[in-house]
Design a protein around this ligand. Structure first.
Ligand code: ATP
Ligand code: MG
Length: 365
């Protein structure tokens, strides 16, 4: 999957920019010039949202009242044009001129994933980080998973409202049971998809970890259901578990058991990396999870996603930089930002370099 041409208008500090990306693209320049803004534009084209804000209006250039992003892409099926438009009257995405109704339609046509410094805290950070890693990555390879998550969130929201009132109004209990059935159905589907994803990612994670550490460490990656750390369960057991929380949930007025409370942990030689790993080890596992994900995407989609690396090189030591570049070079269309061009030039032999200054591409080589 490749972007052949990208055109951005009134996005962040860009009035207008256009270029034809190569396989490896480097945005370089001083701080606050617009390097990450360009990465954000590409991310938005592929995901219909930003990874830095959920207020799309913030993305519009301060001197304008709209933005427009357009990319011509090639994938296995041929060429497509994706256009994103935000103005006071519309916020829409068009694929080959046709407005889409669901973001999953966008994900079926393009996948763009990002690796940024924050992702290195994946192992050490709180469970919500790991859940969004899982969900974000599963969506890229199975676009309909996005609809499943949305439906679960809606049901969870409705059910929580009922739970809040059910303590005082016992007539709501039967209604609550209907919602619980739906809740359980969606919740279980999410859990199964996540467990399946982790199963697929494990051999690749093992491969990259060995490549970096040169150790023959024994690796495990385990999905933990709820805060009780339960392992894989069948559907009936899962239903029973949810039912067992009924009175406590009514008491608290909130759902207490579901995929929005789950987690996963990585174990090396039997110890939990989140609890006992050094910071270096935790960051290595996070990097390897990302690299492993790219292989899963290739396996499932038949082609690699487009990769955005925002400021991530400066956060890695030389060994890890080498493994990262070796893995992606000549294989994955990459867009990378840096303030230190010499550091990247040592690693990457063939690339297009774009010098960014004050919201403009001032030089391309
Ligand atoms: P660093 O090397 O520090 O990461 P960068 O080149 O990645 O810098 P960006 O985050 O891309 O910097 O750009 C930041 C600049 O964009 C800031 O100067 C900010 O004021 C400006 N900016 C952010 N949003 C808008 C907007 N909606 N309109 C105009 N300018 C904006
Ligand atoms: Mg930046």
């Amino acid at each position: 999957m490749n972007i052949c041409e990208i055109d951005i208008t009134n996005f962040r500090n860009y009035s207008h920019a256009n270029f034809r990306p190569a396989s490896f693209n480097i945005f370089y320049g001083n701080n606050a010039q617009g390097k990450s803004n360009f990465i954000e534009a590409i991310y938005y084209l592929g995901n219909g949202i930003s990874y830095r804000t959920n207020q799309s209006r913030e993305l519009i250039n301060w001197d304008s009242d709209y933005f427009r992003l357009e990319a011509h892409c090639t994938n296995d099926q041929g060429t497509i044009t994706i256009k994103s438009l935000l103005n006071p009257n519309e916020k829409n995405i068009y694929i080959d001129g046709v407005k889409i109704n669901r973001l999953s339609e966008l994900f079926k046509n393009i996948s763009v994933c990002i690796f940024e410094p924050d992702d290195l805290a994946l192992v050490k950070g709180n469970p919500s980080k790991r859940r969004s890693f899982l969900d974000r990555e599963i969506v890229t390879i199975q676009p309909l998973y996005y609809d499943l998550i949305k439906r679960f969130n809606n049901v969870n929201h409705q059910r929580n409202s009922l739970l809040k009132f059910a303590r005082r109004d016992k007539n709501l209990i039967s209604q609550l049971e209907d919602w619980t059935d739906l809740y359980t159905k969606f919740a279980y589907k999410i859990v199964v998809k996540r467990i399946d994803f982790l199963k697929k990612i494990k051999p690749y994670l093992e491969y990259y970890l060995k490549k970096i550490t040169q150790n023959k460490e024994n690796l495990d990656i385990i999905y933990e259901i709820g805060q009780i750390g339960e392992k894989i369960v069948d559907y009936n057991a899962y239903c029973e578990k949810i039912k067992s929380f009924k009175s406590e949930e009514i008491e608290k007025g909130n759902s207490l058991f579901g995929p929005h409370r789950d987690d996963f942990n990585v174990y090396i030689n039997g110890y939990n990396v989140k609890k006992y790993g050094s910071q270096g080890q935790q960051r290595t596992v996070a990097l390897c999870l990302k690299l492993a994900y790219l292989e899963i995407a290739k396996q499932e989609l038949g082609e690699y996603p487009i990769l955005l690396l925002d400021d991530v090189m400066s956060e890695l030591d030389m060994d890890r930089r080498i493994v990262l570049v070796d893995t992606i070079h000549d294989k994955i269309q990459t867009f990378l930002t840096t303030t230190d061009l010499d550091m990247i030039k040592v690693l990457v032999k063939k690339s297009t370099i774009l010098q960014i200054h004050d919201g403009k591409i001032i030089n391309t080589s």
